[in-house]
Design a protein around this ligand. Structure first.
Ligand code: OSB
Ligand code: MG
Length: 374
């Protein structure tokens, strides 16, 4: 598969409803799409970097610049047999996992099309239906949050995850549990607490949560291990896991009992599969995280979620929760039992809507040159 060119596009898309975490509120997404052009085939992917360096140090501008200046030039002109071989070609660049992931994943999409196979099969997936949960941000009021939860439960979602931070935690969790004593419920702190909050965090044990996601620093593993020993509730790591070695370290130290895999955060499908394997070998269940993706990134999350150790419902939900109109055809839909039926079509089964994409594009650049200096 010869990599001839890479197209970068930035789209501006307003969310239907703002999404707030402990690190801030997002109302408008800056979406970075990557297209890999390989011998007449196009592979598409979405870079999940955010509008600012708050979830991780990457954001849209660093991803754009790093892709254009270094990563795309390292790939262009290369002839690779498998999409996964692209990871080694980009390895000289340190970090920038979300930028790398978009390029690698675009090549997986092209590879699936070249081989006439569904992407999920190529990844080693085994599920024909995946379980879906929702992630609900911090709201303007408790009432507004309870209403949102009600809506998602009626829609059929199997697990509710709420965002927490100091001042928006035990009261909120208490109210949710009062109203819905039995639902599968978890919370995500996005690194809002410190070890000195131990007594406060112990109160979370009352709520029978499935997990507490990333309570401590974004780059910590050791203190999560110390915290896990003090809590009954399972911890889940998100921000702290950037590759399979991080997952192995976390498991060996006892820093979590569950891991959230985001393909962007770990640098692409090949590393996501490696993290999945480490977890499977150690009997640590995983689930697929989300980054407010359009249908392009969402389709990739669906494919990844078909791997056997994705045992818990992911943050993979319907297009219409986020967008008035999604940029794929068909849009991503969730069944009444809170699942997504995995497409048997070649590639992802969700085609980019090019007319709409062009309409929403605010900048576009095609990189055709191989690396001169790197
Ligand atoms: O921590 O899982 C997170 C969104 C942006 C950044 C970080 C996170 C999230 C979500 C949203 O929780 C999940 C989704 O896409 O619905
Ligand atoms: Mg998270």
């Amino acid at each position: 598969m010869k990599i001839e060119a890479v197209t970068l596009r930035e789209l501006h898309m307003p969310l239907k409803h703002f999404f707030e975490t402990s690190f801030g509120r997002t109302e408008n997404r800056r979406v970075l799409l990557i297209t890999a052009h390989c011998e007449g085939l196009e592979g598409w992917a979405e870079c999940v970097a955010g509008e600012g360096p708050f979830f991780s140090s990457e954001w849209v501008e660093t991803a754009w610049a790093t892709t254009r200046e270094f990563l795309a030039p390292l790939l262009i002109g290369q002839n690779i047999e498998w999409a996964k071989d692209s990871a080694a070609l980009m390895a000289r660049v340190r970090g920038h996992n979300m930028a790398k992931a978009a390029l690698e994943n675009a090549l997986w999409d092209a590879e699936a099309k070249a081989k006439g196979q569904p992407l999920w099969k190529l990844l080693g997936g085994t599920r024909s239906e995946i379980d879906c949960g929702v992630s609900i941000g911090i709201q303007n009021s408790h009432e507004q949050l309870l209403e949102k939860i009600e809506t998602e439960l009626v829609a059929g979602y199997q697990r509710i995850k709420v965002k927490v931070k100091p001042g928006w935690d035990v009261d909120v969790l208490g109210k949710i549990r009062n109203r819905w004593p039995q639902i599968l419920l978890s919370c995500d702190a996005n690194s809002a607490y410190r070890p000195s909050d131990l007594d406060h965090l112990k109160k979370f044990d009352e709520f029978g949560l499935l997990m507490i996601e990333q309570p401590l620093w974004h780059d910590d593993i050791l203190y999560h291990a110390k915290l896990q020993r003090e809590l009954k509730t399972a911890l889940c790591l998100d921000e702290s896991v950037h590759h399979a070695r991080d997952a192995a370290t976390a498991i060996e130290l006892g820093a979590c009992r569950i891991i959230n895999i985001k393909v962007g955060r770990v640098g692409g499908f090949s590393e996501a599969v490696a993290v999945h394997e480490v977890c499977e070998r150690n009997k640590i269940p995983v689930w697929c995280g989300g980054m407010l993706e359009t249908g392009i990134g969402r389709a990739h999350n669906i494919a990844l979620s078909t791997l056997p150790n994705f045992q818990l419902p992911g943050d993979v939900s319907a297009s219409q929760r986020y967008w008035e109109e999604d940029i794929v055809e068909p849009e991503i839909e969730v069944t009444k039992r809170g699942t997504i039926l995995v497409s048997k079509a070649v590639g992802t089964g969700y085609a980019p809507r090019k007319d709409l994409i062009n309409k929403l594009t605010i900048r576009k650049e095609v990189v055709r040159n191989r690396a001169a200096t790197v």
